[in-house]
Ligand binder design. Structure first.
Ligand SMILES: *Cc1c(COP(=O)(O)O)cnc(C)c1O
Length: 217
């Protein structure tokens, strides 16, 4: 369990898949982790982090960025429309665009800000009731909606159902992205990032394998 260990495995998985390791961004998911663990990873020179709550990100990243100005933060958790402005002032990418109302709000704020984070559409590949994301059958139309709003769409993101074979979901996400001409694939977590890399992941979201198990409050 360490940053270096994960980096080594990412490189090996990329090479095994005939891919350039530089084409895979490792997002260190720092949610709920104690400050000293995050600081240790920053200190090792890692620059890309992920959070799943706007409030939590707002609480810690302005402070970390004072010491590590190059650190980037991606939002990988659900975004409420009323937190859009705050999120856009804070993060360099949003992986969870999942409804038209949110896309429109992002477009409005982007006009005001004069810039927009990189965006991913979250897809509910397992069509789970409780999970966010657009259904696979609605992806093409929603890509069109986001594109029509002139938003910078990088790709698609998924969180496979816990009990399913993740490879099936990664393959589906890859197929949906390819047919929409999108190159970004945000998929793969601590337990399955090597599989995700084999199936084309460009952004892997790894928390506990880097920082250790999340300590619950
Ligand atoms: C927490 C989280 C992760 C990282 O989970 P690990 O299993 O600790 O690697 C990845 N993606 C999202 C959306 C998360 O909320």
């Amino acid at each position: 369990m360490s940053l270096q260990n994960v980096q080594t495995k990412v490189t090996a998985a990329a090479r095994a898949a005939g891919r350039d390791p530089a084409d895979i961004q490792l997002i260190a998911i720092s949610k709920v982790q104690p400050t000293e663990r995050v600081a240790a990873v920053l200190e090792q020179g890692h620059k890309l982090f992920g959070e799943n709550r706007v409030q939590e990100a707002a609480g810690k990243w302005p402070g970390f960025r004072a010491d590590y100005p190059e650190a980037q933060v991606h939002l990988v958790g659900p975004l409420q429309t009323n937190k859009t402005k705050q999120a856009m002032g804070l993060v360099q990418a949003i992986h969870t665009v999942d409804r038209e109302k949110l896309a429109r709000k992002i477009a409005t704020e982007a006009q005001a800000l004069g810039r927009c984070p990189e965006l991913f559409i979250q897809v509910n590949t397992g069509e789970e009731e409780q999970k966010a994301g657009v259904a696979p059958s609605e992806v093409d139309a929603f890509v069109q909606t986001v594109t029509d709003l002139d938003l910078p769409l990088s790709g698609l993101m998924c969180i496979p159902p816990i009990d399913d074979e993740p490879a099936l979901h990664f393959a589906l996400l890859g197929k949906l992205a390819a047919r929409n001409g999108l190159s970004g694939l945000s998929m793969g977590m601590s337990g399955d990032y090597e599989t995700a890399i084999a199936l084309g992941a460009t952004h892997i979201r790894v928390g506990s394998a880097i920082f250790g198990a999340r300590v619950s409050a």
